[in-house]
Ligand binder design. Structure first.
Ligand SMILES: *Cc1c(COP(=O)(O)O)cnc(C)c1O
Length: 327
């Protein structure tokens, strides 16, 4: 595998912990890979990706990082933190949730990730879903015209450079000596999923890699992940052939839509907190954990299996006003 540029600032390897109480109640051996502890402003999966994305930005001579996400985007919060740490300017294009008024959002007190974006003092440009891409394009163009040397980090940091972080994360997992039957995690822009899938193949990891879709149908997500996994391998000078039908995706739990918290998710967030003292987040890991528990109950994950739940972070969203109904 080709060595690619990387800045090292994540706290790695992240710990793997066994969850005894939940293991007993679910009848499986449940482990959690603590990527909520990667460091950089409360951690999460984007810290790993940003090690590669920032190296690429630096190599390109960039001065300004531009990216986009939802108001409670962990990716945007972590990009803002990374920009501050490594001396980049940063512009975030934040998209208000569907049905919300742009103006009323701007007027509100910031909470959760948005509060942290403000704390980092980066530039924020607001958009609605329907004009997100045109806004992003316009922001990039004007930064370019002003000589600010922008580098565009795609949604979720899911470029081949970003996704390659999770190829290495599989190598890290294997070196920790844990070989679970299943690897379960939330999947959205697909970079984590693509990296894990490519990594499992390149390093001969036998676990079933299963992404719980947060906001897409399996048809869309598996296509995206397969194609990004191939591109990511290519980026690392490796050849892989991966078809969408080979991607492990479960889209049974995405129906409420992105960021919409439902009862089963609140239930699992409370259960993890109260049985294990472990915090899940209301957008990603809450959905994935609720899906995992349902898969165990239905026997899709058979009893006695060893399951590694890959905790991708996102916990600052627990402090968002939007989710104050949790407890
Ligand atoms: C971004 C994010 C994900 C999804 O990762 P993708 O690589 O975008 O699929 C999962 N969990 C958390 C907490 C995230 O912030």
């Amino acid at each position: 595998m080709k060595d690619i540029p990387r800045l090292r600032f994540a706290s790695l390897p992240t710990p793997i912990e066994r969850l005894p109480a939940l293991s007993a109640s679910l009848g499986i051996s449940l482990y959690v890979k603590r990527d909520d502890l990667t460091g950089l402003a409360f951690g999460g999966n984007k810290t790993r990706k940003l090690e590669f994305l920032l190296a690429e930005a630096k190599a390109n001579g960039a001065k300004t990082l531009i990216t986009t996400g939802a108001v409670q985007s962990n990716h945007c919060r972590q990009t803002a933190a990374a920009a501050r740490r490594f001396g980049f300017e940063c512009i975030l294009v934040l998209v208000v949730p569907p049905g919300e008024e742009l103006e009323s959002y701007q007027a509100r007190q910031p909470s959760g990730n948005l509060l942290l974006d403000r704390l980092f003092g980066v530039e924020i440009v607001w958009a609605e879903q329907k004009n997100r891409d045109s806004t992003l394009q316009a922001v990039f163009q004007s930064a370019w015209d002003e000589g600010r040397r922008p580098y565009l980090i795609p949604y979720g940091g899911s470029s081949p450079a970003g996704a390659s972080a999770y190829v290495y994360a599989i190598q890290e997992l294997m070196s920790q000596g844990v070989h679970p039957d299943w690897i379960i995690f939330p999947s959205s822009s697909g970079g984590t999923h693509a990296g894990l899938e490519a990594g499992a193949r390149l390093f001969g990891c036998k676990s079933r890699v299963m992404g719980i879709s947060v906001d897409e149908t399996a048809a869309v997500l598996s296509q995206r992940v397969a194609s990004l996994a191939v591109q990511t391998a290519d980026f690392l000078s490796e050849k892989l052939k991966i078809f969408p039908a080979e991607i492990g995706v479960n889209d049974d739990y995405q129906w409420p839509g992105y960021g919409v918290l439902v009862e089963s998710e609140i239930g699992v967030i409370l259960e993890f907190a109260r049985k294990e003292g472990l915090l899940l987040d209301p957008v990603y890991t809450g959905r994935a954990a609720a899906g995992m528990v349902d898969m165990v109950r239905k026997g899709v994950i058979s009893s006695g299996s060893s399951v590694l739940f890959w905790h991708t972070g996102g916990t600052p969203a627990l402090f968002a006003d939007r989710y104050s109904q949790i407890a």
